[in-house]
Design a protein around this ligand. Sequence first.
Ligand code: HEM
Length: 392
Amino acid sequence: MIEYDPFSDTVMRDPWPYYAELRERAPVFYFEKYDTWFLSRFEDIWASTTNDLFSAERGVTPEMVLLKAAPPPDPVFSMLDMPRQRPYRRLLSAPYTRRAVAGLEEKIRSAVRAKLAPLLEAGSFDVYRDLANPIATEIIGEVIGLPEGETLPLRGTIKRYFARVPGQVGTTPEADQLRIETLTRFGEIVEERSKSLDPDAEDHISVMLRARIDGEPLDVGAIVAAIYTMLVTGAEVVPLAVANTVQYLWQHPDQRSEVVADPSKVPEAFAESLRYDQPTNLLGRFVKDDVEMRGQTLRTGQGVMFLWASGNRDENEFERADVFDISRRPRRSLSYGHGIHKCIGEHLGNIEGRVILEELLAAAPKYQVDTDHTERAYSEFLHGYHKMPIRV
Ligand code: HEM
């Protein structure tokens, strides 16, 4: 009998033994309570993201797939199938190409240096709270085109939306209320911007306001839903991944020395931390038509969860998968997903992660993690360290 439940206290705290058991004994696991299948093997998840058997249109988050919360009423590209997804995703993709984010590097580096200098002077700080989270939030706020000064205060709202307390299933009504207030404010911002629209501005809001899809302008609701999606995805995941890397390099001093001696290995360390401790733990889809997988029949309309974090620890794909090893050069990875919904922010995430870690390791190569005060996020969706105090 498999005891796995993504909302249970033990799974939230330590999913790895459950994932190992699922991969071994029930790689296509049905949980009646949620009328949902859980895929835990690398190969199955990899294939399922490209084979068109599953739909994102009824939602992709655990709340939507497992608890059947309604997806946003307006189209957002993360919850559209092809061919509807393409024009919506295309509208926002320009700032995230490898080339475009390379153009942001110097700006990110100056922002990191400015934040880091007083922290180093203080001698101790929290890598997540004081460095990576404000940097990632400010950058995505600027790409979206939110008014200056309005993005950073939203960090609490985003955090509360994903945070759980033991026994709680899904977002609290209070956190949902904060989300609704944020969406209302975004609606006002979009309305205001539409009155003095800059024909050349490249921020997401201006681009979406000028856009036509099938000859029609986008509804304010669709623009608001898109910018909310970009904000929560852009602000929260990279900081967890940076804090995780700081933790695993601290736990593996030889590997930390290697990276300090040769900073060109920072991207490998960041990629290995994404593989080893995937911050976006799981996301899902719905079955389009009955389909067989490993002898099981998945029925139309049932949920399917991709356990990314489990796939990234699959021994069939990665040798010594439970070992943190920056020298592995994996052929494939699920860290940023795969297929048409592969992360739009992959290059931005990588450059933010690299620059923050390069600067931190150069300035504080012998940092010490205050292990008594680190803390992991408590959430079925986001995993990783959201408290990462260090002494320098
Ligand atoms: C280390 C950092 C990141 C990780 C590990 C990560 C992970 C992922 C994963 C696994 C997916 C696939 C979702 C699916 O198939 O349903 C995804 C999609 C997505 N990510 Fe990221 N992401 C990161 C950074 C970012 C950043 C910086 C942004 C914002 C610029 C972002 C925005 C998105 C969006 C909007 C999607 C949906 C894409 C679509 O459905 O077409 N992500 N991400």
